[in-house]
Design a protein around this ligand. Sequence first.
Ligand code: ZN
Length: 238
Amino acid sequence: MKLDILAIGAHPDDVELGCAGTIAKEIKNGKKVGILDLTRGELGTRGTPEIRSQESKKASDILGVSIRENLDFKDAFFKNDQEHQLEIIKKIRTYKPEIVLCNAITDRHIDHGKGSKLVSDACFLSGLKKIETKDNAMQQAPWRPKLVYHYIQWMPIEPDFVVDISDHMDTKIKSVMAYGSQFYDADSKEPTTPISSKNFLDSIEYRAADLGRLIGVRYAEGFTVERYVAVDSIFNLI
Ligand SMILES: [Zn+2]
């Protein structure tokens, strides 16, 4: 199956927090979108890998993604090296996405910046034909996504462009709340973490509202790019 967009996150829930509105919008527009999680978030303070796996399935159903896979890298300890790059290259060559969305280039959790660079490097290397990979014993053809965009998560990074997600904010919040073990729940007996506070849950809404305010819409998500943003026509900007 060929995908239009492959969204990749270091942990299950990164993609939902960073770019679920954009994904929901593109799926509504008829695009095929998949999610690839690098780890199971097994070192997360709350929940268990099994619970997070069920939660990410629920979030995937809410968004309507075509595939969701997990590379089972080690939470916190995966590296940006040949072994890990090759695993991602295999997925890129299997699904041939035009656009890859990945973690913020720097963030509070070390896996975000590390995962961001790992994915970005793998996207470049995937286009080199002398790097040989196989899928079910079949040689894979090289494939380089046209564009790599980084979504924004914990740190308030200034975006290079923003996407109007006003009609998809409800879907985004629902997909985030599918991770019931991770986020604010007044009845939870689990330890409190930076992302389980009421303030963090509220921040998803008010940060999207603030980006929206700056472009004259209700809600938006921001992204950074590794090269200049190019447009066919200056009239295409909203
Ligand atoms: Zn994360």
